[in-house]
Design a protein around this ligand. Sequence first.
Ligand code: DUC
Ligand code: ZN
Ligand code: ZN
Ligand code: ZN
Length: 491
Amino acid sequence: PEYDLLVLNGLVVTDNETGEFDIAVKDGKIAEVVPRGSLKAHTASKTIDAEGGMVMPGGVDAHVHLDEPPLFGKGATADNYETGTRSAICGGTTTLITFAPQAKNQPSLLACLEATHARARDNCYSDYSFHLICSNAGPQAISEFAGLRAAGISSLKIYMTYEALQLKDSEILDVLFEARKQQIVTMIHAENGAIIDWTIKKLEEKKLFAPKYHVTSHPPVAEIEATYRAISLSDFIDVPILIVHVSSPSAAQHINDAQRRGLPVYAETCPQYLFLTRKDLDKPGFEGAKCVCSPPPREGEQDHEGIWQGIENGTFTVLSSDHCPFLFDNHEIGKKTSITAEHPNGHFRYIPNGCPGVETRLSLALSAHRLQLQKFVEVTSTNAAKLYGLYPKKGALVPGVSDADLTIWYPEGMKEFTLKNEMLHHNVDYTPYEGKTLKQWPRYTVLRGEVVWAKDEGGLLGKKGYGQFLKRGVSSLAGSRSKEEWNVEDF
Ligand code: DUC
Ligand code: ZN
Ligand code: ZN
Ligand code: ZN
């Protein structure tokens, strides 16, 4: 046969085009994207008839925590590289960028990168790369940024909160200054740690421990202040940043203002800020712990609306999952319930911060019928590839260039169905979206030409170890405004 795979008769949607095209795949790459009917005379080892359905570049999820030690609270993450990447492909996501965490007592980032490689190697169902989490911005770490670039890492994440991770503003400047020289994108968790710690103390004095107080303890002002500060530091150094997991429309407004001023400030939001609210944490017993994440879900519909509008107007560059999985019902470390002898009914401050969602991200966003289809592809696939130096290998369908990664949806949506955790492929005992009515689920996921998920024809078909590490280059979105060397003589 001439081709390995043909995908015929579908409505092909990329970030910049929609049309009836047939796709031919050869040696793991997109070989042809041609008007419907043009490939009739060609042979292939396998053909998918996508009549009536949509065909999109595979999802790229650039914010996923797998196999991380306890850094956000008590628990280590429940998914490892095997179970997390398996869950991803079953939900239509073919590329993950996960985190390689550095603890405060570890001076070397390159050593953390090696340790993370060892956890991922030969275990992945999806393609993958890493962002380095820099929590020790000492001289050794800073001197290793060039080495990270050589190793194919072009992004870092830093924190403005969490004792175990937080950097001082002076350390943030050290990171941003070197990131500029090495053309690294810095992702920033923007919450004011002091406001959070102070509020937690006040709640504890009043003996308020229920999960819903997690929301109270992470007020919007903590996110708004830190977001504005992060923008100011990035403006001062003149270097691109991405504010991760933005939950508050007022924080998004600061980002939008910065973008209007021409600053290379990018932003990410996540499904939990479109579909969950404080009410999801305010449930009998410890049920609310299932929706504890940071920043927290906000008050209500007006917040969701603000975030949707931010996606539509381009304030948000990417819609990532922030899959950060912990077991709910488990009496070992990692439990969401945070029950101890001292706090027999649990205590919000010890509930690990994070929700699972790598498998539900695309389905939730598409089922909401809110975004234009090209916008959906842009924020769930293409922009992540552009921002983090994977484009157009990922996030696009360019013949001869792009990997043959596809998410193929059902015609006209499916019959509505009710989401249940037992349908999912992660190693987590709940989903925060249990019982939600959904309309779409990927019918096929294709990774480098291989069908790795076929909902009605065997489900999971991918193999552990098929996923490859992706060396990344410079971001293809705008970088520093000035190409000049930063003018240190002024200081
Ligand atoms: N930040 C994340 O990126 N994920 C989970 C928790 C957190 O604070
Ligand atoms: Zn974070
Ligand atoms: Zn809503
Ligand atoms: Zn995260």
